[in-house]
Design a protein around this ligand. Structure first.
Ligand code: PLP
Length: 393
């Protein structure tokens, strides 16, 4: 197969996925080549795979301030979200069938809630403010005697706003309601402490912090019962059947450990790159930042640029060697503007001009300079062709 050369490409879509770190790759390789035994087998060869999973479990637990027995390996963020929400809803159906979430969750969560509604559950979708922060008072007011689960994401994947998880966790615990958080965008980027945050369940995905794709974690607090999604060989203490993705699990743990160790330094570096981006991008007429001004993921910069179609902007940036995104990666292909921006009260026509630049550990100052050279030219070019741009009237 002919391979294209992307060596000069500026990859600025780390919220969609990330490049595997060298540390994670090194950690994984032996489990793709030498130690390929099935962790469930009895002979000594398989002990190596089993030991690797056990070490990975301990490493992930240490990063989250959890107990290793509370860590379940899954196939990624989508499965972890499904497992938490469906598993908790079903296990507690006799107690009640009311669930609470927000309007800005990822589709892995929202579509799961919609499915549960079809199955007879009722769901309250709590609104957010103009900066994408969930209305905690509305969330508290939504609680009913039959509420069994609250699910609020830790940080939003489109605008980067960080939610008041500890406050919601404390409230949910005081009411005896289970609390799940989708930490897929947060893990490896901001500190997480499941105990301090009073979280009962938390979802993570390896590929969002320079780990491999197709592997994730569900943290499940000791004593919390959920109905498993998958039936089979009883792996992960019967909570998630299926032969374990040994190399993936090892890679996820290595990447998470590395990201935690580098977090303080990397946060400062990413914030300064984003500051430089903001200074340049906000000089473009009718461009503004979306999401919370300060309480946001360090590497995620999101904007709306009026009188521009986000899709055209992304395609033109790609032709100039830059990968960025408009709205969420999962919504590309759909013509509707992002449900997150709409929930934040951004008008339909403005939301169409959304641009997300998400930086990771491999981005450099030179990447930012290239974006700041190319983006204003792309915007000017598209506006010259636009029937709605006031300058053309
Ligand atoms: N939740 C959030 C907030 C995400 O950003 C994503 C991926 O974009 C997911 C869940 C789904 O994760 P995965 O791609 O590992 O299934």
């Amino acid at each position: 197969m002919e391979k294209k050369d992307f060596s000069a490409y500026v990859y600025a879509d780390n919220a969609a996925t990330t490049r595997l770190s060298e540390t994670a790759l090194e950690a994984m390789l032996p489990y793709l080549t030498t130690y390929y035994g099935n962790p469930s087998s009895l002979y000594s060869f398989s002990h190596e795979s089993r030991k690797a999973i056990s070490n990975a479990r301990a490493d992930v637990a240490a990063v989250l301030n959890a107990d290793p027995a509370e860590i379940i390996f899954t196939s990624g963020g989508t499965e972890s979200d499904n497992m938490a929400v469906v598993g908790a809803a079903k296990a507690n159906a006799a107690k009640g069938k009311h669930l609470i979430t927000t309007t800005i969750e990822h589709h892995a969560l929202l579509h799961t809630m919609k499915q549960l509604e079809k199955e007879g559950y009722s769901v309250t979708y709590v609104p957010v403010d103009g900066e994408g922060t969930v209305d905690v008072e509305a969330l508290k007011a939504a609680v009913r005697p039959d509420t069994t689960l609250i699910s609020v994401m830790m940080a939003n994947n489109e605008v980067g706003t960080i939610q008041p998880i500890a406050e919601i966790g404390e409230f949910a615990r005081s009411k005896g309601i289970l609390f799940h958080t989708d930490a897929v965008q947060a893990a490896g980027h901001i500190p997480i402490d499941v105990k301090a945050m009073n979280v009962d369940m938390l979802s993570i995905s390896g590929h969002k912090f320079h780990g491999p794709k197709g592997v994730g974690v569900l943290y499940l607090r000791k004593g919390v019962r959920i109905t498993p999604l998958l039936q089979g060989g009883g792996q992960e203490r019967g909570r998630r059947s299926g032969t374990e993705n040994v190399a993936g699990i090892v890679g996820l743990a290595a990447a998470l450990k590395e990201a935690s160790a580098e977090m303080e330094k990397e946060t400062a570096r990413l914030k300064s790159l984003v500051k430089r981006l903001d200074e340049g991008i906000l000089q473009i007429p009718y461009a503004r930042k979306t999401g919370h001004p300060t309480n946001r993921l360090p590497g995620l910069a999101s904007y709306v640029i009026e009188y521009i179609e986000g899709e055209s902007m992304v395609l033109h940036l790609d032709m100039r060697g830059i990968a960025a995104s408009t709205g969420s990666a999962c919504s590309t292909g759909s013509l509707d503007p992002s449900h997150v921006l709409m929930a934040m009260g951004i008008p339909h026509e403005v939301a169409h001009g959304s641009l997300r630049i998400s930086l990771g550990k491999y981005n450099t100052d030179a990447d930012i300079e290239k974006i700041l050279t190319e983006l204003p030219e792309v915007v000017a070019l598209l506006r010259r062709m636009s029937p709605v741009w006031p300058g053309n009237k």
